[in-house]
Design a protein around this ligand. Structure first.
Ligand code: ZN
Length: 480
């Protein structure tokens, strides 16, 4: 006979027993015997295909046998099998005393406790759960606040950024007084204020191939609130390798996406997007803008899915991509299928460890440091001002968009948005002496490149764009 220890959340399906004695020569037989005695456990332990659910770990005595064949692993008389749903806290939870709620917590969570779908069991699951939030920005803000309020016991935050004024339009976890502070500190402070019963881990790092597995391994669920492709693929691959669900959300202008990747045999991010878009094709929120309210909606879809996964209630957003269009106020749902050829979760895996994601996405890890002084083809803001004051004969061309021009402009500049430059190039003469500018110098560098290829010889790029103009020439010009 062997003993099977039943974890607290599953005891209600096992006649309230914490231990069940079973006969069986292998782990598989012992588990089958357990199900035989307590049939209600079946759907909690096994998927419909009869596979042990991926969030259920089985330990033989103290050994993790997750990767061993349950059919072949022998069980001796007197052995102890522990069933550990990974969302309940891994091996440690078995040893830990049963979690309870204090009187204050019962009052705090009263509106959860009176719902049968949550109840005391559900609230205790939430308390035992460990959730990692990657990023405390647009998506991380509502996620952090609501997951803390909901009573997730332990929340890890990964961020190394500092709050700035442009964050406040959407990152509601930070306030005006927090500008200049570390986002980690500001977010943790808000969350602790909302719910002091939450343990918050601060990971002040850029998530990388070197540290990701180490950071992610301690959590049950990973919530991706990042804004760049290298980290998206890194989070995905780390989640697939570790067998952790990846609650995904993304935002751009008026549109959002959300789904749950790498959960219960469902597809992963690479099944959906095997390859990243070429660098520069999809603008970031910093370049393309985002409706401030949008990350609230998408982040709370992620928060909802996270809570559902912990409670084991409802239908998780697995294999379904939720698309949200705020302008049309419409939700759509696309079926996502697992790609059998997926290099990390498919049948023939070629990725078995984390790779260099910056190289994979064609994005350099660090922006090349701006050269001191002005490079060939560049001109300093102060020099442009001096040329204007001298009455030099040159054309200043603003290649930003008209709505940016409305925010601020350099008075003598002529607006030709970068996208219109090819068809309006005839408005210029190759003999003209031209300076191009944009917001920070990136787009105008492209404009200069284009004009040079079109035969213009005297073209320069205003280094640092209108932001540098505001810094060095005219502080009345607002920065955005
Ligand atoms: Zn995949």
């Amino acid at each position: 006979m062997a003993k099977i220890l039943i974890p607290t959340p599953l005891r209600q399906y096992a006649g309230k027993h914490d231990t069940v004695e079973v006969a069986g020569a292998t782990v598989g037989e012992a588990l089958a015997a357990l199900i035989g005695q307590h049939p209600d456990l079946r759907r909690h332990l096994y998927s419909e295909e009869g596979k042990l659910r991926s969030f259920v770990n089985v330990y033989l005595n103290d050994e993790d046998i997750r990767y061993l064949s349950k059919e072949k692993t022998p069980v001796q008389h007197g052995d102890t099998l522990s069933i550990v749903p990974s969302i309940a806290g891994g091996a440690v939870a078995v040893e830990a005393p049963p979690v309870t709620l204090s009187k204050e917590e019962i009052l705090r969570y009263s509106r959860h406790l009176i719902m049968p779908e949550v109840g005391m069991d559900g609230q205790l699951k939430l308390k035992q759960a460990k959730v990692l939030l990657i990023g405390t920005g647009g998506l991380g803000a509502p996620l952090g606040m609501y997951l803390a309020a909901a009573g997730i016991g332990r929340i890890g935050l990964v961020d190394f950024d500092v709050v700035d004024f442009t964050n406040l339009q959407r990152q509601v976890i930070h306030g005006t007084k927090d500008v200049g502070r570390k986002k980690l500190d500001s977010a943790a402070e808000t969350m602790t204020d909302i719910n002091p019963y939450v343990r918050i881990d601060r990971h002040e790092v850029a998530l990388s191939s070197e540290n990701a597995l180490d950071i992610l391994k301690d959590y049950d669920i990973v919530v991706d609130g990042t804004d760049n492709f290298p980290t998206r693929y890194l989070v995905n691959d780390a989640c697939v390798l570790l067998g952790k669900p990846n609650v995904y959300g993304s935002i751009f202008r008026f549109e959002g996406q959300a789904t749950v990747f790498a959960y219960q045999g469902g597809p992963c991010y690479r099944c959906l997007y095997p390859e990243p878009p070429p660098p520069g094709l999809v603008p970031s929120c910093a370049e393309g803008g985002v409706l401030g309210i949008l990350p609230g909606v998408v982040g709370l879809i992620q928060a909802t899915e996270t809570v559902k996964l912990i409670l084991g209630k409802g239908e998780p957003l697995v294999g379904r991509l939720m698309l949200y269009d705020a302008l049309a106020m419409r939700f759509r749902e696309l079926k996502l299928r697992k790609n059998p050829e997926c290099p990390i979760c498919g049948d023939h895996r070629t990725i078995t460890q984390l790779i260099d994601y910056h190289q994979f996405c064609g994005v350099p890890l660090h922006e090349p440091a701006p050269a001191p002084g002005t490079a060939e083809g560049e001109i300093d803001a102060a020099e442009v001002k001096a040329r204007i004051d001298r009455g030099d004969d040159f054309l200043l061309i603003d290649v930003r968009e008209p709505h940016e021009y409305q925010i601020c402009c350099i008075p003598t500049a002529r607006l030709i948005p970068l996208g219109e430059l090819p068809k309006r190039v005839h408005e210029l003469s190759t003999a003209d002496d031209i300076v191009c500018h944009c917001k920070s110098g990136m787009r105008s560098a492209k404009a200069v490149e284009f004009l040079k290829q079109a035969g213009f010889r005297k073209v320069k790029n205003l280094k640092g764009g209108i932001l540098a103009w505001s810094d060095k020439v005219d502080p009345r010009v607002p920065k955005y």
